[in-house]
Design a protein around this ligand. Structure first.
Ligand code: HEM
Ligand code: SF4
Length: 570
């Protein structure tokens, strides 16, 4: 390996296929943490070492070690869980975690607050219901997302099959996870054995995210991901193949203009039989062409910006031995969830619930975690986590509908009346996320209450407007694709982004910087007023602010920071 690669590349190469010194570190009782190099490797096993940032000042004063605990992210392709799997995750969250489950924007569950000495027991409990956290984080293909689509289960069946095939195909082969966490035998490789045929010793330059979308719903936010498949159906709603998208990604760094979020390009069309081959080729081209010197420039989106889509497509076609056809037409209408009941097949229905910011817990008067547990105990369908941090109770027989509805109504899990709240997401941020610059999950509900008052005054309460907040510019809740995006800048301070497309196809742009709560409310108030008086029939808020000249439209990436106008509070 040459000298000029990033430190993470050396850690991966020296790790003996993701083992590092994790097994030894787990036995080290003097600290609740693990050594720095292993902190990078543990991500490939689906975990982040974190500490409770609320407790930092007190513990520093008392000269105590930080309150270390791990976040565990489960691998759940398409977000589909059996009731037994839900019950197992519910239990480990209460026994070993902080008593809450976090449904994520990428259709998985995160457990917070698991201390080092409980990690193995937690992962073993998860393993008994055939789940794991392999490659849920790290420089590798992560959880594969899939349209939730409760109303069209035939299409869902084909889409989820593709999501699972891609997920399985791109799993790492190293037995390190089983060895370290599940007390598996150490499997010694034979001389010259290829342990990782797809990834090699150093895996990918950076994280890699795949999704499967079924129009007209773009709930997975296909343009936000490295690789996407958009289902193309014939007149009889049979899926005939897939438009392939490449080069989407959200993360950027404040003040560094050569980092930017980017929406994916539609690269071409492939048949279902070729879809997995294409995935492997995209991954290996990125493995070989991606930037391993600078992690800030290592995502596929920059590879495609640097090399050009045509060169990238040609190399993918060569490696997959598949010629992509020109993309076929498709239309997305929204990125949101369809709340409430929808018809399934064979007398069964699906109920989409609203889970505020994906946090499942028992607080205040609403015992939501208990309510969902009682449903899991009686339910024989599925739990599907949506890409909007919500939950679908899927395949409910008619005989159970009334009872399930009663339970979720009582627990406050039905969608709220506010069109803004129905379309809101926040990343975790404080107190667990080490990268957070500002609050997100704990603050957004209060901001929504303030904004709802204004919207009500303008008669806009029922209008669907997408709002997303993150505690830092990494963009875990995909804020750059929200009609109103708020990104943490410092404690209590946010940058406000406006003008994204409701269908998830266009990014927003910076409107105002460093706003506090009052500043955010004051910036949006006049825009809501202008929207209600000036909008055209059916015009979305994100489109209106562009047409009415409040903000310039963003293209798909490098121009994200261009044409930003100075903000003068009104
Ligand atoms: C450089 C970029 C990024 C870094 C370093 C990063 C790191 C992290 C960390 C440390 C957490 C854990 C927070 C916690 O649970 O306490 C997290 C959560 C999460 N991240 Fe990221 N992230 C990045 C970008 C993204 C992007 C672009 C997406 C999605 C498109 C994403 C998806 C998620 C999801 C789904 C969660 C779980 C919480 C949620 O639903 O918001 N991340 N990320
Ligand atoms: S966006 Fe930033 S603050 Fe929020 S979870 Fe992701 S890394 Fe943490």
């Amino acid at each position: 390996m040459t000298d000029d690669v990033s430190r993470n590349e050396r850690i991966k190469e020296a790790s003996d296929y993701l083992r590092g010194t994790l097994a030894e570190g787990l036995r080290e009782e003097i600290t609740g943490g693990i050594v720095e190099d292993d902190q990078q490797l543990v991500k490939f096993h689906g975990m982040y070492l974190q500490d409770d940032r609320d407790l930092r000042p007190e513990r520093t004063r008392k000269k105590m070690e930080k309150a270390f605990a791990f976040m565990i992210r489960v691998r759940i392709p398409g977000g589909v869980l059996t009731p037994q799997q839900w019950l197992a995750l519910d239990e480990v969250s209460r026994v070993y975690g902080n008593g809450t489950m976090r449904l994520t924007t990428r259709q998985t569950v995160q457990l917070h607050g698991v201390i080092k000495s409980n990690l193995k027991a937690t992962l073993k409990a998860i393993d008994t219901v055939l789940l794991n956290s392999i490659a849920a984080c790290g420089d590798i293909n992560r959880n594969v997302m899939c349209n939730v689509l409760p109303e069209q289960s035939r299409a869902h069946a084909v889409a989820i099959e593709l999501a699972r095939s891609v997920s399985d195909h791109l799993l790492p082969h190293t037995p390190a996870y089983r060895e370290i966490w599940l007390d598996g035998e150490r499997i010694a490789g034979g001389e010259g054995e290829v342990v990782e045929p797809i990834y090699g010793k150093t895996y990918l330059p950076r994280k890699f995210k795949v999704v499967v979308a079924v129009p007209p719903s773009n709930d997975v936010d296909v343009f936000a991901h490295d690789l996407g498949y958009i289902a193309i159906a014939d007149g009889a709603a049979n899926i005939i193949g897939w438009n392939v998208t490449v080069g989407g990604g959200m993360g950027m760094t404040h003040g560094e203009l050569d980092t930017y979020p980017r929406t994916a390009d539609v690269m071409g069309f492939c048949e279902t039989a070729d879809a997995v081959k294409i995935a492997e080729a995209v991954v290996t081209v990125q493995r070989d062409w991606g930037d391993r010197k600078s992690r800030k420039h290592a995502r596929l989106k920059y590879t495609i910006e640097d090399r050009g889509l045509d060169a990238f497509r040609a190399e993918v076609e060569r490696r997959a031995d598949v010629k992509l056809a020109p993309p076929k037409p498709f239309t997305f209408t929204s990125t949101g969830d369809r709340y409430g009941w929808s018809e399934g097949s064979e007398g069964r229905s699906h109920l989409t619930l609203f889970v505020q910011n994906g946090r499942v817990h028992d607080v205040g008067g609403a015992a939501q975690q208990t309510a969902l547990r009682s449903i899991a105990q009686m339910h024989d369908g599925e739990f599907r986590i949506t890409p909007n941090q919500n939950l679908v109770i899927a395949n409910v027989p008619t005989s159970q509908q009334a009872e399930i509805e009663r339970i979720v109504r009582e627990a406050g899990l039905l969608a709220p009346w506010s069109g803004l709240r129905r379309n809101s997401m926040a990343c975790v941020a404080l107190p667990t996320c080490g990268l957070a610059l500002a609050e997100s999950e704990r603050y957004l509900p209060d901001l929504l209450t303030a904004l709802d008052e204004q919207l009500a005054a303008h008669g806009l309460s029922a209008d669907d407007i997408v709002i997303r907040m993150t505690g830092c510019p990494n963009g875990c809740a995909r804020p750059y694709l929200a009609e109103i995006g708020l990104v943490g800048k410092g404690p209590g301070r946010y940058n406000l982004y406006l003008g994204a497309g409701f269908d998830g196809s266009r990014m927003n742009k910076l409107y105002a910087e460093d706003l506090d709560h009052a500043g955010i409310v004051a910036a949006l108030e006049p825009l809501f007023a202008a929207y209600v008086s000036g909008r055209q029939n059916g015009e979305r808020f994100g489109d209106f602010v562009i047409r009415s000249g409040h903000i310039a439209a963003s293209g798909n990436g490098a121009d994200f920071h261009a044409n930003v106008r100075p903000y003068t509070p009104q």
